[in-house]
Design a protein around this ligand. Structure first.
Ligand code: PLP
Length: 356
């Protein structure tokens, strides 16, 4: 088996998907499983199928096509605001998309009409996180454009919090979202089916039993894959945690002064930072780097290992605090966060091992 290696606990992911789907269904909420985190891996995708997931969302057309080619016929949502240049290619494969631009909606309508189908659109509203989303006061204008188009249906509105500014979903901004939907319904003089309130960060409202009954849909990625919520840096109770583990091999083991030596340049990785002088330290270099993972998201399982940094192909660790005797060729294991998982799944240098 080659290293670096990612051990993927597919059954634990399946359990998480199944459990969340049931829990949300009891509240009348449809779960859309966000699968963008695993780069279209079909072994993991099949775990979602076994869990009974009937609605998925991805942001990359390559993955979406792969899923359809397995024979999957249930719902696929385009998660990222699509590029105008990819709309004609993506229309045959998807049922719905998030949108924020009239131009995108118009292209969807044109391409869907040409393909003889209809695409459901959910307009994303920015209620504070400042990533994608139209501001509430501009919503009606876009809604009217969509209503006037031929082959698209305005299904509802959604929002995304937590991912850019780190704004936490709470009672206050949920109520704001509900009001925005009601106002829009009044202006259009009809009801809208979907209020897609958010992502994993929104689950904290579910746990506090304060998720508003108006919410009809949640788009959940991280909670299923890792059982964690990066926004609040917490483990979600009742789910399986850290279902991806990275294994990497030690290629150098030396005692070195913690302090760099020589004139220090600025502008590169780690350069210009002040490094505390800790004297002679035991350093282990592992054969994994920025091409494979986000090193900020590695949590060593062996006590006493400290991650210092990484370059393209090297992970630099301080192992002075490790009581066990390590040698070159030993393997260290890391729990990983969402960002490190994204990298590891995308890097073809990382071997994947599926553990049932
Ligand atoms: C990634 C993403 C999600 C899922 O977020 P998680 O925190 O992984 O649950 C939901 N909605 C949108 C628009 C996303 O881009």
């Amino acid at each position: 088996m080659n290293y670096p290696r990612l051990d993927i606990y597919v059954n634990q992911i399946e359990e998480n998907a199944n459990k969340l789907q049931k829990e949300l269904a009891m509240k009348g909420i449809k779960l859309t499983a966000v699968v963008k985190g695993f780069a279209g891996d079909l072994n993991i995708f099949k775990a979602y199928q076994r869990a009974g997931i009937k609605s998925i969302a991805d942001s990359r057309i390559e993955n979406i096509i792969k899923f359809r080619e397995t024979g999957y016929q249930d719902e696929i949502m385009m998660l990222r605001i699509p590029m105008p240049s990819e709309i004609n290619e993506i229309v045959p494969y998807i049922d719905s998309s998030l949108v924020t631009e009239a131009r995108t909606a118009e292209l969807f309508s044109r391409e869907a009409a040409a393909a003889g189908k209809e695409i459901d659109l959910i307009v994303m509203v920015d209620i504070g996180d400042r990533r994608e989303g139209i501001l509430a006061e501009k919503l009606i204008e876009l809604a009217r454009v969509i209503e006037s188009l031929e082959a698209v249906n305005l299904k509802g509105i959604g929002t995304n919090l937590g991912c850019f500014a780190g704004i936490i979903p709470d009672k206050n901004n949920t109520e704001k979202l509900i009001t925005i939907k009601k106002d829009l319904e009044n202006q259009l003089d009809r009801k809208l089916d979907i209020l897609s309130a958010g992502n994993t960060a929104t689950l904290r409202l579910l746990e506090q039993n304060s998720l508003a009954s108006e919410i009809t849909n949640l788009r959940i990625g991280e909670a299923i894959l890792l059982g964690t919520d990066i926004i609040n840096e917490r483990l979600i109770a009742g789910l399986n945690h850290y279902n991806f583990r990275l294994q990497a091999e030690i290629v150098e083991l030396k005692e070195k002064p913690s302090n760099p030596e020589g004139e220090m340049a600025f502008g590169g990785a780690g350069r210009g930072q002040i490094i505390e002088d800790k004297g002679l330290r035991k350093r282990a270099i592992l054969a994994v780097g920025k091409q494979d993972i986000d090193y900020h998201g590695l949590y060593p399982q062996l006590e006493g290992v400290e991650v210092l940094g990484a370059s393209s192909d090297h992970l630099i660790t301080d192992i002075t605090g490790v009581s066990k005797k390590l040698k070159v060729g030993d393997i260290l294991t890391f729990k990983i966060n969402y960002s490190a998982m994204l990298g590891a799944m995308t890097s073809h240098y990382v071997t994947k091992k599926y553990i049932k």
